[in-house]
Design a protein around this ligand. Sequence first.
Ligand code: ZN
Length: 452
Amino acid sequence: MHPVLKTSLPLLLACGAAQAAPGEPPIGKHQAEIDAIVREISPQRIQGYIEKLVSFGTRHTMSDTESPTRGIGAARRWIKSELERCGAGKLDVQFDSHLHPVATRLSKPTEIVNVVATLPGTQPASKDRIYVVSGHYDSRVTDVMNFTADAPGANDDGSGTAAVIEMACVMAKHRFDATLVFMTVAAEEQGLFGSGDWAQKAKAKQLNIAGMLNNDIIGSSHDEHGKQDATQVRLFAEGVPPVRETTPELRTLITTGGENDSITRQLARHIKDTGERYVDGFKVNIIYRRDRYLRGGDHSPFLDAGYAAVRFTEPHEDFNHQHQDLRTENGKKIGDLPEYVDPAYIAQVARVNAASLASLALAPAVPQEVKVRTAALDNGTELVWKANAEPDLAGYRIVWRDTTSPLWQGAQYVGNVTTFRLDQSKDNVLFGVQAVDKDGNVSPAVYPVPAR
Ligand SMILES: [Zn+2]
């Protein structure tokens, strides 16, 4: 006997904490620990990090590595020492380096060095599950090959780098079931070489990267015409990956109308839900694209390696203050200078990131082998999945939405079972299954594939 859902009226998830049934974990309730993390994120410290990063003159990937005060070498040694200082005894901080040969945007063989701070998960069943958050600490001017001119890179990507340092320092004081990796990478501007090398190595080692959050140009809420909106951030999330050969998994997704339920879109829904719950009055605007036109970012190599990966970027961009030689034109200052970034805005984006990462790393893994039974013509829906292994697992939640709706519209907690029958037709709605722990932390949803 399977429990049967009595009503198909969708619950409105956006309302936050609904009244929990007896035995149901407090899904949607604020976790005190996540509230504390969000409160601790400091605009003042973020501003200090950006000023320090700018003080190295240039952080171009081919710039000086010997000077103690100028160039990318001094910058990465400072980032590493800052993370070691604030995360003493908690964060494992390492340089991750490889020698990259000459390339279109690299005129000499160059050592590409990422600074990687790991906060190991504390639950044996979850510590191999990894969430990565990144920003790139290299910078550039108009000519991408110019490694001597001043390239302050306050927004691109001092903002993302400062946000990652702040998150690492704040979150190091807390404990999570899964592992968090705080990464500042080099050579984004030269061709994503830092993140690309790390993502390739992760794939070769078959690391379980359950989500990757890239922060690149999150420093300002203005465009060059004065248009301004400090109440939202864009979250770029790819749907169907642009691969040459379609895999059987991808074909199943497309054939069953699941093109909007890729692992990256499920991650984006989780971030929107969590970020907007914990950061009051702030909107996470999901964009159904890998990235903006003419641009790329460090989430791309992770997507190419088959991982779920998204990019945060400010709502409007001011192109006078990105990738520009420092100069004055018609009385206007051009260049990526610190006076054009807004630490209070960066802090809001960092809070969305931190709340999402904390929620993901406290929650159980996504359920595995989630299937919808299609053995017979039937107006109901039977879902099955494999049991999770976490000791603090409470059970599972089924979410659903109209096939034309971007976000979940209904949800039902179904307890600690591995099969459930609903009286809604699988033909008419999209379903997802989430794992829930005893504190009410919820995993991203998994799209059920058909099984006879
Ligand atoms: Zn950038």
